[in-house]
Design a protein around this ligand. Structure first.
Ligand SMILES: [Fe+2]
Length: 208
């Protein structure tokens, strides 16, 4: 099975002036495409019949290619969630997700503050994720292309904090990029993922 690029739900220029069309097109056409190509090269050599996310969740089954899968399947999965985590529509957490946010963080504003703080504290290249961790939500950061799925966390939102995400638009002012991302978060997508994951977890299905 060949992994294909997941189409974007928007145009490259939709996030101007927060993220330039040039940054979005390079990110999608250049960097994300490269991860898809490299992942296809890796999975050509293994017995593989599951989705990219399932591959990451069952990483212990692939000891020989483990590092390559973490790097390239992570690069594909993380980028796809990052692209899906952005929207210009006004979205907000629905009732179920709002209740989980209040239970875990106290309030929506507090969660945004925590995401911002954790994002600002990331050293080097990596991501910050809002994830489901057991019965709660949590904010985690991972380095390189490590996916939350390899730790059995279910991600709802991804923020790409590699330099290629912001340097063209913000130079070294990463905090300004983080501030902009907070205005673009796609809660419709997070609501859908939260419903899907909690339903699966309830039914004892630990796959995606
Ligand atoms: Fe990226």
């Amino acid at each position: 099975m060949k992994i294909k690029m997941k189409p974007l739900e928007y145009n490259y220029g939709d996030f101007e002036p927060y993220i330039s069309a040039k940054t979005m097109s390079e990110h999608y056409e250049g960097l994300y495409r490269d991860y898809v190509v490299k992942l296809n090269q890796v999975i050509n050599s293994i017995d593989y019949s599951v989705s990219v996310d399932q591959l990451l969740m069952s990483i212990q089954d692939y000891p020989i290619k483990r590092n390559d899968i973490i790097r390239y399947a992570g690069g594909v999965s993380n980028h796809e969630l990052f692209f899906d985590s952005l929207t210009r529509k006004r979205t907000k957490p629905n009732k179920n997700l709002s209740e989980a946010i209040v239970k875990s963080f106290g309030s929506y504003d507090q969660m945004i503050e925590n995401i911002t703080t954790v994002s600002e504290s990331l050293f080097g290249s990596g991501y910050v994720f809002l994830v489901i961790e057991d019965d709660d939500l949590a904010i985690i950061k991972t380095v390189n292309q490590n996916s939350p799925l390899i730790y059995n966390f279910y991600p709802l939102i991804a923020i790409d904090l590699w330099e290629h995400s912001y340097f063209l638009d913000y130079l070294s002012k990463r905090n300004q990029y983080i501030e902009s991302i907070m205005k673009l978060l796609n809660w419709d997508n997070a609501n859908d993922l939260y419903a899907k994951y909690t339903r699966n977890i309830r039914n004892g299905i630990y796959s995606l």
